[in-house]
Design a protein around this ligand. Structure first.
Ligand code: MN
Length: 231
């Protein structure tokens, strides 16, 4: 095969405790999947889950020792943090029943669905796609992936985010409106899931703006925590 230029490198995420990496196919995200966050965004009640995507190469590895550096993106005055449980798909499929979802899960990570909230708000108002607010470069920080067998009971874990040591977001994965299994059920009706897909499952209340210099520390109990500095 002759390519007209070298193909881009495969985006991948380290697997905790191994020398192996998880090659990434797509990044799916769930909107408004914690009730308190849905309320803070001006919505109420349980609505069917809805999805958007980020490009795979928007990932930024947020290591646990030295904080990763995240450049403040262009075009925004209102960059928001959204801490989320990320599910890594190891076995693909379509029309996966929620009860069968566990066998499709390779592992879990902590991620940030970074959002240019001002641009997202403008697109919402105009009924336009969210891409510019959600799918920009470096919009998807992520920790190394913990294999499912080594993760504690993720479905009952606490999820939290601190900015400069001050807690901004705290909830429990059990508070998800649509559980991980239900998310996989709905998502796999709309897209054929393949190994390498990542799913950002939604954020609890407390989203807010960050500025250059801010240190973000986030976690889901039982998984490697995330550390990131905005520069
Ligand atoms: Mn989100």
């Amino acid at each position: 095969m002759n390519y007209v230029f070298p193909p881009p490198p495969v985006t991948s995420v380290p697997v905790l405790g191994t020398e192996s990496r998880f090659p990434v196919h797509r990044i799916y995200c769930v909107g408004r999947n914690y009730e308190d966050h849905a309320r803070e965004m001006g919505f109420t009640g349980r609505e069917p889950p809805f999805f958007f995507l980020k490009p795979a190469d928007a990932l930024v590895l947020a290591a646990t020792d030295e904080p990763a550096l995240l450049p403040y993106p262009s075009l925004t005055q209102d960059l928001h943090h959204e801490v989320e449980l990320v599910v890594a798909i190891g076995e693909g499929g379509g029309n996966i029943a929620a009860a069968d979802a566990p066998k499709h899960i390779f592992g879990y990570a902590v991620g940030l669905d970074m959002t240019r909230r001002d641009l997202q708000g403008e697109m919402k108002k105009q009924g336009r796609p969210w891409c510019i607010g959600k799918g920009f470069d470096a919009s998807a920080p992520i920790t190394p992936i913990t294999p499912a067998g080594q993760a504690l009971d993720v479905a009952r874990a606490a999820i939290w985010l601190k900015v400069n040591g001050e807690e901004r977001q705290r909830s429990h994965v059990a508070q998800l409106i649509w559980s991980v299994g239900e998310v996989i059920e709905h998502l796999s009706r709309a897209w054929q899931l393949v190994p390498g897909d990542l799913i950002y499952t939604g954020t609890p209340a407390g989203v807010g703006a960050v500025r250059p210099g801010d240190l973000l520390e986030g976690g889901v109990d039982g998984l490697a925590p995330l550390r990131l500095r905005i520069v």
